[in-house]
Design a protein around this ligand. Structure first.
Ligand code: BF8
Ligand code: SF4
Length: 649
């Protein structure tokens, strides 16, 4: 039975998406929103997590009448196994991304990948020092090569706990040890988790769930952290940069190339190649005014943070970019690229180019990208896009004239610099502001879009509410793009609605109240920032003690499940905008949403309404503030001229 189809205004909040969805209907193109509607009510066994198809005695599903599968597994085992496998999927995606970057670092150090180099030597040396790599008297390539080897070992480590865990506060490290969730290399964790969830192995839901947290830690404090670090070394540590976001960044008079996916290897080269005068000239000869390169999803975040390349949209807008009829080429690699893209593209002239050898899509042109001749590959793709310009059907082109300016690029280094300057870069002003209750705390709002929710509506409502209530908001992934499209990433716009304390701090140090920290792997930057807050002093000795909350309002991917787990295991409460598929086991639900408080000082929470979520977040921040003894408002008087005159000296 189909659900009642929604109107475009019920599917998305921003007018660009609403217009593009309407155009898709007119053009008779099937898109994610219509497919979601026509799926109808979703399977209740899948939704509650009690469907098991791990062996071929099944599939089995748990009901009141049949409380056990053929092998005897009960709901607790089945739900926990399914959950762990989701974490495995997410951790694998992030960490494989990290591995590709470490491989590139190694080859860049060897000088075998022309065009790639160590762009941020300072970051290389800082990171090398963190792994006790000798840096004095050594050349950059030598250090980079040794660091790459160390990081490979981190990914594959079989016997020892990760060195990267040492970047966390000592208290968290102690918790992981005592709770037996210190991970080995993520490769080993993933294989072990798959083994443990095989038929007839680990059946204790607690043991399976602890393994889920352990595996997620190998992602957050291993694979993802490594991906962010190596990206900074190779492509530069992000610093504040201006840009624009939404479908209106596509230009009807230029050749439009959209990059979509996650790995920055090719998009970085495209960003360089697209600006070459001969490429622009080539486009002009084809009758276009130039070339516009824009991004979707996390690739967008990567090249926005480092080059100011505009963002065409977030996850649910990938098809809508094609629906504008103005995109000559969409280049996809890994993660979050919908298999529907070639079908949508068939209605227009867009070429979908798949560049990763591990990610093929039927109907897309496979054009494997090789880092051996990256610049040449990038130039060839751009030329191919220009050649496709002549196939554009002017009658099918409509680019909604909607885009918003933004500021992005808040790496931890950049935040430190903003807070304290070059010589005194530190988190002190932030810690002081939290202690004085000018800033209530920090909330990381991360994750995806999901057609079950009106695009961006939850993310933006909760962000606004928190900013109003003096909460500093950190953003990554598609949640960051949602704020960008709403204009909340410009200091001016967001400050207008910020609460007085937050506003004062942001104006003083010159940061917006909503900080775009990058792509999904960059959630590790949020943990890095939390660690800086702890190390700065005055707010206890653990991440679990500081007033910080994570939130995944419109999440959909396995990566989000892994991220949620490593946040919780790192002591950060996480609020979900819609539930995990675990309701079929009370025990599993309780473990994730309550019992972990005793283990890690944090757990998951469910709030299906954005204002309720904001209230919950404030309550959780207040609890942590009370734990630190900073819940009573510090007396702080700002004297104006009248006060001064009245002072009796
Ligand atoms: O990794 S936020 S929809 S694009 S999974 Fe995907 Fe979700 Fe977007 Fe980036 Ni993250
Ligand atoms: Fe059924 Fe057990 Fe096989 Fe799962 S592992 S499909 S519950 S028999």
């Amino acid at each position: 039975m189909s659900k009642q189809p929604r109107q475009p205004q019920e599917m998305a909040t921003d007018s660009a998406s609403v217009e593009a969805i309407t155009k898709a209907c007119t053009d008779k193109v099937d898109i994610v929103f219509s497919r979601s509607d026509s799926q109808g009510a979703q399977c209740k066994f899948g939704t509650s997590g009690v469907c098991c198809r791990i062996c071929h005695m099944g599939p089995c599903r748990i009901t009141v009448k049949n409380p056990r599968g053929v092998c005897g597994a009960d709901a607790d085992t089945i739900v926990a196994r399914n959950y762990l496998r989701e974490v495995v999927g997410g951790a694998a995606a992030h960490s494989d991304h990290g591995r590709h970057l470490v491989l590139l670092l190694k080859r860049a150090a060897e000088g075998t990948v022309p065009g790639y180099e160590i762009r941020d030597e300072k970051a290389l040396k800082r990171i090398a020092r963190q792994y006790n790599i000798e840096i004095s008297g050594r050349d950059t390539a030598d250090i980079a090569s040794e660091l790459a080897d160390v990081l490979f070992n981190e990914l594959t480590e079989q016997e020892n706990t990760l060195k990267t865990l040492k970047l966390a506060p000592l208290k968290e490290q102690g918790t992981w040890k005592s709770e037996h969730v210190e991970p080995l290399g993520v490769d080993r964790m993933i294989v072990e988790s798959m083994h443990r969830t095989h038929m007839g192995v680990d059946h204790d839901y607690r043991s399976l769930l602890l393994q889920a947290f352990r595996t997620s830690l190998a992602d957050g404090w291993g694979g993802s952290r490594i991906a962010s670090m190596v990206s900074d070394i190779l492509f530069g540590t992000p610093s504040p940069v201006r840009g624009d976001a939404n479908l209106g960044v596509l230009n009807k008079d230029t050749v439009n190339i959209v990059v979509h996916g996650h790995e920055p290897e090719l998009s970085e080269m495209l960003a360089v190649a697209v600006a070459a005068p001969d490429m622009v000239e080539y486009a002009q000869q084809a009758g276009a005014q130039g070339i516009t390169l824009a991004g979707i999803c996390c690739t967008a975040n990567e090249i926005l943070m480092r080059h100011g390349i505009p963002v065409a949209g977030n996850f649910l807008q990938q098809e809508l970019a094609v629906v504008t009829g103005a995109v000559e080429m969409m280049i996809i690699d890994v993660q979050c690229c919908m298999p529907s893209l070639p079908d949508v593209a068939r209605a227009y002239h867009t070429e979908i180019i798949a560049t990763s050898e591990i990610a093929r899509t039927v109907g897309a042109v496979s054009c494997e990208f090789s880092s051996d001749n990256a610049l040449e590959s990038a130039r060839n793709l751009i030329k191919r896009a220009v050649d496709n310009y002549k196939n554009r059907d002017a009658g099918k082109v409509y680019v909604p004239p909607v885009k918003q300016p933004l500021v992005a690029g808040f790496s931890v280094d950049a935040i430190k610099y903003m807070l304290g300057g070059t010589y005194r870069g530190s988190f002190r002003p932030l810690n002081d502001a939290i202690i004085q209750d000018r800033i209530k705390g920090v909330v990381g709002i991360v994750g995806c879009n999901n057609p079950k929710t009106r695009l961006d509506s939850y993310i933006n409502a909760v962000t606004r509410e928190l900013v109003k209530k003096n909460v500093l908001v950190l953003k990554t992934g598609c949640a960051a793009i949602a704020s960008a499209k709403e204009g909340m990433l410009t200091p001016e716009a967001a400050l207008e609605i910020a609460g007085p304390g937050l506003r004062e701090v942001c104006e003083t140090v010159g940061i917006p109240p909503v900080l775009h920290m990058g792509s999904c792997v960059d959630n590790s930057r949020i943990l890095e920032a939390a660690t800086e807050v702890v190390l700065e002093g005055g707010l206890g000795d653990s991440i679990a003690g500081i007033p910080a909350v994570g939130m995944a309002p419109e999440w959909m991917s396995e990566k989000a499940v892994s991220i949620g787990c490593y946040f919780v295991a790192s002591g950060v409460n996480v609020i979900l905008g819609h539930p995990f598929h675990v309701s079929g086991s009370e025990n599993v639900h309780k473990f994730l949403h309550a019992d972990t408080q005793q283990l890690f000082g944090a757990s998951f929470h469910e709030c299906f309404d954005p204002l309720e979520a904001a209230e919950k977040a404030l309550m959780l921040l207040d609890e942590k503030r009370a734990g630190l003894g900073i819940d009573k408002k510090a007396e702080r008087k700002l004297y104006d001229m009248k006060d001064r005159r009245e002072l009796v000296v």
